[in-house]
Design a protein around this ligand. Structure first.
Ligand SMILES: Nc1ncnc2c1ncn2[C@@H]1O[C@H](COP(=O)(O)OP(=O)(O)O)[C@@H](O)[C@H]1O
Ligand SMILES: [Mg+2]
Length: 266
């Protein structure tokens, strides 16, 4: 369990997060939404232990995270952040090397590193890219390589900053498949996005960040709240709008599912 308790974080001359509380439970699927500049990336960096707090604390399993080097190093392994732009995180010339970078740095034996790299490449469906030069990959491929590198460290929490930005439909479907596999393994996942339909289709919970304040609810409650979505510069997901119009309860996760339910199909 990873938490922020009363967290105030300053960037430049402004408190971007103000006394924020957030609880990332084991194996949760959480969407983080909010306007541009509302502090989503700041929240992630804080959870990953890479920013100092003015007030409050990051807690891991109920215990405040300290600032000691060994403690932070272990925290940053367990809580992996994948930033929005893959080019900020790609470190090596080829794919297999890049994904193995983290496990090697942990000092793991060579066969363990190889196994983890293989597993991470399979999870993101990019084994065929193993020998490729990273600079020759497409944007979507580079994103998957960076995500695989994070997963190779076997984190308990994965923070994905706008992973679907710039992906086409097939790319997004592939991302959802990989996230489903990770969820089955018990990894907690928080995904920052502006795509409310994707958020509602995938997430159990939602965290809405507006003006430095955070609201955490179940996905249907938060994303289905028109006023909350308005202040977050978003809209209510289509599946909720359609499901409500058709009088469906529970609300299906996709428009397709809503229409099938309405027609009485399974
Ligand atoms: N390194 C930084 N130095 C100063 N201000 C920053 C820095 N990073 C982000 N900010 C500011 O913090 C605010 C929140 O940014 P960010 O966390 O990137 O928001 P989001 O990810 O929701 O778009 C913005 O006003 C941004 O300009
Ligand atoms: Mg951001």
């Amino acid at each position: 369990m990873l938490e922020l308790v009363g967290a105030t974080v300053r960037r430049g001359d402004r408190d971007v997060l103000r006394r924020v509380n957030l609880c990332v439970g084991p194996a949760t699927r959480m969407a983080l939404v909010g306007p541009n500049g509302s502090g989503k990336s700041t929240l992630f960096t804080t959870l990953a232990g890479a920013l100092e707090l003015r007030e409050g604390e990051v807690r891991v399993a109920g215990k405040a995270l300290g600032r000691g080097r060994a403690e932070l190093r272990e925290h940053r392994r367990r809580v992996q952040l994948v930033v929005q732009d893959p080019d900020d995180q790609l470190l090596s010339a080829d794919v297999a090397q890049d994904v193995s970078f983290g496990p090697y740095n942990l000092g793991l034996p060579e066969d363990e590193v190889r196994g983890r790299v293989q597993d991470a490449l399979e999870l993101f469906d990019i084994t065929q890219l193993a020998g490729r030069a990273t600079h020759q990959l497409s944007y979507g491929e580079r994103k998957r390589v960076v995500s695989a590198g994070a997963i190779a460290l076997r984190p308990s929490v994965l923070l994905l900053d706008e992973p679907s930005a710039g992906l086409d439909e097939v790319g997004t479907a592939g991302l959802l498949t990989a996230l489903a596999r990770l969820h089955e393994r018990g990894t907690a996942i928080v995904l920052a996005t502006h795509d409310v339909d994707l958020a509602y289709q995938w997430a159990d919970e939602v965290a809405v960040l507006v003006d430095g304040e955070l609201t955490q609810t179940d996905a249907a409650t938060g994303l289905g709240d028109p006023e909350l979505m308005r202040v977050a510069h978003l809209r209510v997901p289509h599946a909720i709008t359609v499901g409500r119009a058709l009088g469906l309860d529970p609300l299906p996760r996709t428009v397709d599912a809503a229409l099938r339910t309405h027609k009485g199909q399974p």
